[in-house]
Design a protein around this ligand. Sequence first.
Ligand code: FE
Length: 346
Amino acid sequence: MTRSPISAAYAAVVTTLVLGSTAAMAQDSINIYSARHYQTDAALYAGFTKATGIAINRVDANDAGIVARLKAEGSASPADVVLLVDATRLHNAEQDNLFQSIDSPLLQQRIPAYMHSPKNTWFGFSTRARVIVYDPKRVKASEVATYEQLADPINKGRVCLRTGTHPYNLSLFGSVAVHSGDATTEKWLAGVATNLARKPQGGDTDQIKAVASGECAVAVANSYYLARLMRSDKPADQAVAKAVAIVMPNQTTTGTHMNVAGGAVAANAPHKAGAVKFLEYLASDAAQAHFADGNNEWPVVKGAPMNNPALKAMASADFKRDTASVADIGAKQVAVQQMLDRVGFQ
Ligand code: FE
């Protein structure tokens, strides 16, 4: 998922009508702008319509396309719900006043405080661990047990990453800054840049494949990309998954950084009540189980049911997560961008 220019992204917006109850009246529908790029989500939307009788009209685009469209439409926007992926993007959209605060006792109760905006605009509904993937033939698990060790001299020439400025990395680096402070984080980033095996390129799956092929020995990727390879029917994908080992980083320190996918009620939502209902549905056991079993994400609701063999193989259910406020991590991105510029990390 590379970032495309706003205009191209805007042009790429595709409107999809998800058929709900044929009896649904016009007012019994909500408009969702979604940047979740997962085909398995169709079942999620169908589940909401079945449970509530509220039909869903969906606009699918990438994050930049959604944000550009919301800004262009302004107060005339028909958007009720906005779904975005990653803390930095949720934070930016909040800063741009694209969301509104909502008062939902159910969401307050179900979603941990560190997983939603202190202003109660956006709420995180699912998480993905940002894991370290390594070649067990060349690297010991103890050499990559923490994110900090990505800068260790022992990993010189081993590390592959997608661009530092991609939101997934901005959030990971932001989490390090929240824990360690800016000066330490900048030094660490300089060390990581020194250890790179190649110029940052490609997406997370490309990094995993590069470890399997031997081009890199260590990489960082969101857990669902790995789970997807593990659960794939294609022998080539399974071979990639088998060739690499993974570490849930920082288990004895700050916990593994969890990227978040979240949702909000749009600033000018014409159907606010329905929009809140949809967000509350995303916090239900049924929806939380879908995030886990359908899209290989960890639920945010404690004790939500899940039965995903790939996630089970990756970590015990109670592995240590980083519980730093996702809002604080999102707010660190400008400082992190400046650090990346100064250390010459693309
Ligand atoms: Fe992704």
